[in-house]
Design a protein around this ligand. Structure first.
Ligand SMILES: [Zn+2]
Length: 234
């Protein structure tokens, strides 16, 4: 992926010109005439706050100008974020099931464990399956060949934009009401939408439709999986 202007999303050749160590000048975008990426000079905390505020330009900086630099580091981030994402999702599903506190037999615990894992696996399979199809049909130009790299970018975008959801979910160890998870879910949907919009630069309706469709598919399949596994366990 090429470097992008964070304001308008148009490709730029470089983000800064370095005259000497510590002496740099940020380049301007030829399309919008603004500084192409002011985050280059900002502290990481400023970027983090803008990501929490769901600013599209912050996502553009993260996806195109920061992670774009090193493909090996990018692969590493993809694997690590996947692991953290799935662990947080297992924890979230376990909290929602609300059956971990019961002092029942070990067979019952194994059943609950299998139920949670099945729910997470089926839910995420449908979630990312929907995104994979949507990436080919709605989000990208039609192609005759299978473009895995395009989907990997979407996959990474969704994982990274779920960081806030993962963080808030992990805070549930302090016994928040489990209904708070649904508020966290809404925030997660909102950040997924903004990140996808920053990545693909498509009309709002397409990105909202894809994100809501993927989350809807996950919810339905997870619910079906929970009902099926309950009928086997009890
Ligand atoms: Zn621009």
């Amino acid at each position: 992926m090429e470097l992008r202007c964070v304001n308008c999303g148009v490709g730029v050749q470089r983000l800064l010109v370095q005259y000497s160590p510590g002496n740099i000048r940020l380049t301007k975008c030829e399309n919008c005439r603004a500084v192409a990426d002011p985050y280059v000079e900002c502290e990481f905390m400023i970027l983090l706050i803008d990501l929490i505020l769901h600013k599209e330009r912050a996502y553009r900086h993260l996806l195109f100008n920061l992670l774009n630099q090193d493909s090996i580091a990018r692969e590493g981030i993809l694997w690590k974020s996947s692991l953290i994402y799935f662990l947080a999702d297992i924890y979230r599903t376990a909290l929602l099931s609300g059956e971990w506190n019961s002092s029942k037999s070990s067979l019952f615990s194994v059943c609950i464990c299998g139920k949670v894992l099945g729910e997470v696996f089926c839910g995420n399979l449908s979630f990312f399956g929907f995104l994979f199809l949507a990436d080919r049909v709605f989000l990208d130009k039609p192609k005759s060949t299978l473009d895995i790299s395009s989907f990997k970018t979407v996959f990474l975008t969704i994982l990274l934009s779920s960081y806030f959801k993962i963080f808030l979910t992990s805070m549930m160890v302090w016994e928040f009401p489990s209904s708070a998870i649904y508020i966290v879910d809404v925030l997660g949907i909102s950040s997924n939408y903004m990140a996808l919009k920053a990545l693909k630069q498509l009309p709002n309706a397409s990105c909202i439709g894809v994100v809501l469709g993927a989350h809807g598919a996950k919810f339905l399949i997870s619910a079906c999986s929970a009902i099926l596994s309950s009928s086997f366990c009890f």
